[in-house]
Design a protein around this ligand. Structure first.
Ligand code: ADP
Ligand code: MG
Length: 697
């Protein structure tokens, strides 16, 4: 049971002051997940990625151009728009004049906010136009009283369409007020030695920063929170691992007959890496220990085939196999790859997603229970209660970090001594993999299957976007298919969706209905329809936010355009690029950047031009990042993490690993004084399902 101390954090955001049903719904869209709707806790853990410094209070004459200032002005004159044009308000302060500009303004509102003769504080970006200093749509217009409420640094949050920054800030403030006083779960000496604040103080400081540095992921406040997250992860991993080891495996040696048939049906030979990985997996399966192995390899490196051959071994041993993918699209794609090969070996395969017709579902369940079905591929539907397996021997989990601990475990618990093979296309640098994934065994596919055409990668200044579009026109005539990726936008008011929609609109001017759009806020069915139209060639350009699925395979797609490439992490760019170059035609990737771009950012993009080796890219990414060179958006945490980042918090990860080991050695069931406190931590970072293992075992 969750300690009641934490209950206020698990209420709906609609319980926060000033958050009505509509905004609560938007918060849910932004922060809610498949497993539960958004809660106050999710608001707390949604940290700002940037801040606007409002402390600078110059005179008009001193106000720097191109920076945000908060300036005390006297309102001199109103100039309502003539015909078109903006509404102008002239102000001065004795040192100079500042024109406030309002487009499409409600004049009644402007008159009320800025009465002639009144003194006001205006805060916003100061620019110069026709030799005059101006501020377009001040972020804030305040009187002396109001100024007292202006925070020194205003946090900037990731948002969703329709959710306004101030609502988010209000929600965060309300959520902070709900945070109970929590006991310190870390070693006090360790906290002191690092100069860290308590968990609660650190959260408060990040949501209510006193200086822009407080918002840097390198800051002490962030580090404290990242450490807590990493520690909770390490504790959970250890608890899971312990449970897995207690449940011993069953040897599943197999006689190789099915594998031979599948190999014979393959139109290619396995690569050396595939053969090696398969040998490692096969040895695990044959032993009486339970397999818990992670297969890493870039998109297209051939993981699915390896998984299928492992499945065949389980079936040779008289058992069944299941493959679970995080989305329907991925599940379907795996199914399409596996089905013909499996059937060539005389195996039965079914697909199970959340959308199956009732009759299909019944047939699948019956065949699964009777053992008539050898392989089932699906989404997390596979762990639902009505999925009863005759004798599950192997659980393959694709993109495992996208599942909760609970779901991951649940599939392994659908049988006795089930071997687990996790797969990921996110290359984790070798130096970190062990600490990151706990004590899993690893296999890696580094080499690409032969016959792949290399991808030509170019970096292009966004000012030359017209040339890029013209180039696409020529390529489309030759039958090319194009992904166009729009990133998260920097301006807090806009959403990534708006940017993608605007780009799609733009491209439609040139290419009409050949342009498709897919984004994160579409319903699953619409998303699939958009992907399918692209795969089928009904649309030729697919504009997408970064939601497009990592593993989605459209071999005809040969061009990848990524806007604001400088805002992405290397690993992310690499993943996106991996969606082209999957067929036998030459592919290219165009990284559009908006200048000016710093040296490090240039070096990062350069690495992408040099190599397609995901592991090397991951290592370089780690080496190159660090200093606050990351332009635009801060990237969200590492996969599976909200706060911690492998590039910045790698050292903490090692400490967290040792700490978790020590804490659990002292108190294996977390029943002692510190153990009780650590339980709070597991709830706060949603690793509490691991606690169920304690109770069960
Ligand atoms: P992943 O799951 O790692 O993204 P897949 O297993 O889907 O990669 O493989 C991508 C494509 O490469 C598939 O079309 C597959 O048939 C093909 N492929 C896999 N292994 C080889 C190989 N050894 N030689 C040639 N093609 C291969
Ligand atoms: Mg695959």
């Amino acid at each position: 049971m969750r300690p009641s101390l934490l209950d206020p954090l698990f209420a709906s955001p609609s319980s926060l002051p000033g958050i009505g049903p509509k905004n609560a719904q938007l918060l849910d869209r932004l922060l809610g997940g498949a497993e539960h709707p958004a809660r106050v806790l999710d608001v707390l853990m949604h940290l700002p990625y940037d801040g606007v410094d409002r402390r600078n209070r110059p005179t008009i004459a001193q106000a720097p151009i191109g920076a945000v200032s908060t300036i005390k002005v006297r309102v001199a004159e109103h100039r309502p728009p003539r015909a078109k044009g903006p509404y102008r308000v002239l102000t001065e302060d004795g040192t100079g004049d500042l024109t406030l500009i309002f487009f499409r303004a409600n004049s009644g509102w402007v008159e009320k906010a800025l009465p002639v003769g009144a003194t006001r504080w205006v805060s916003g970006l100061v620019e110069i136009f026709d030799y005059y200093k101006q501020m377009v749509h001040p972020d804030r217009i305040l009187d002396e009283e109001g100024l007292k409420t202006l925070p020194p640094v205003e946090p900037v949050y990731g948002l969703t369409e329709g959710l306004f920054p101030r609502v988010m800030a209000k929600a965060a403030a309300g959520a902070l007020a709900r945070l109970p006083v929590l006991p310190e779960w870390l070693d006090e000496n360790f906290v002191r030695a690092n100069g860290w604040a308590s968990f609660g103080e650190a959260l408060a400081r990040v949501h209510e920063p006193q200086a822009p540095d407080d918002l840097k992921p390198e800051s002490n406040f962030f580090a404290r929170l990242a450490y807590d997250e990493l520690l909770s992860h390490q504790l959970a991993l250890r608890l899971v691992r312990r449970k897995m080891q207690v449940l011993s495996g069953r040897p599943q040696p197999g006689d190789g007959a099915l594998r031979a048939k599948i190999l014979a049906a393959l139109p290619f030979a396995l690569t050396g890496d595939q053969t090696q990985a398969l040998a490692e997996i096969s040895a695990d399966q044959g032993s009486d220990k339970r397999m818990l192995r992670l297969l890493q390899g870039d998109v297209g490196s051939g993981k699915t085939v390896v998984a299928l051959l492992a499945m065949a071994q389980a079936i040779e041993a008289g058992r069944q196999a299941a493959l679970m993918a995080p989305t329907e699209i991925l599940a379907r794609q795996h199914f399409d790859t596996i089905k013909p090969l499996a059937e060539a070996a005389g195996l039965t395969v079914a697909l199970a997603t959340g959308r199956d017709k009732a009759t299909e579902r019944r047939a699948t369940l019956a065949a699964l229970a009777s053992g008539a079905l050898n392989i089932v591929v699906g989404t997390h539907a596979l762990v639902q209660d009505d999925f009863v397996y005759h004798d599950l021997g192997l659980a393959v989990i694709d993109e495992q970090h996208r599942f909760g601990v609970q779901q991951r475990l649940a599939l392994g618990e659908k049988g006795v001594g089930v071997d687990v093979l996790a797969m990921t296309a996110t290359p984790i640098p070798r130096t970190l993999a062990l600490a990151y994934f706990g004590d899993m065994d690893f296999s890696a596919l580094r080499e690409k299957p032969p016959g792949r055409q290399p991808i030509t990668t170019r970096t292009v200044n966004a000012e030359r976007i017209d040339e890029v579009v013209a180039g696409l026109g020529r390529a489309l005539k030759d039958g090319a298919r194009v992904y166009w990726v729009c990133p998260l936008v920097a301006e807090s008011e806009e959403s990534d969706l708006a940017a993608a929609e605007a780009r799609a609109e733009d491209l439609r001017k040139f290419f009409g209905d050949k342009v498709g759009l897919v984004h994160g806020q579409m319903k699953g069915r619409d998303k699939d329809a958009a992907m399918e139209a692209f795969a089928a060639g009904e649309t030729k350009i697919l504009v997408a936010t970064t939601v497009i699925e990592v593993g989605v395979n459209v071999p005809e797609a040969t061009i990848m355009v990524i806007e604001h490439a400088e805002r992405f992490g290397l690993a992310q760019l690499h993943q996106l690029r991996g969606r082209v170059g999957r067929g036998d035609k030459k592919s290219s990737c165009i990284l559009l950047y908006a200048g000016p771009v710093g040296e490090t950012a240039k070096a990062r993009l350069e690495i992408l031009r040099q190599t397609e080796d995901g592991f090397r890219i991951a290592e370089e990414d780690l080496r190159l990042r660090g200093e606050g060179e990351i332009l635009g958006l801060r990237q969200s945490g590492a996969p599976g993490f909200k706060i911690a980042r492998l590039d910045i918090h790698a050292d903490l990860l090692r400490f967290a690993r040792d700490d978790a080991e020590k804490f659990l050695a002292d108190d294996p069931d977390l029943r002692g004084e510190r153990g009780q406190k650590l339980r709070l931590l597991l709830y706060l970072f949603e690793r509490d399902t691991a606690l169920k293992l304690l109770r069960a075992g």
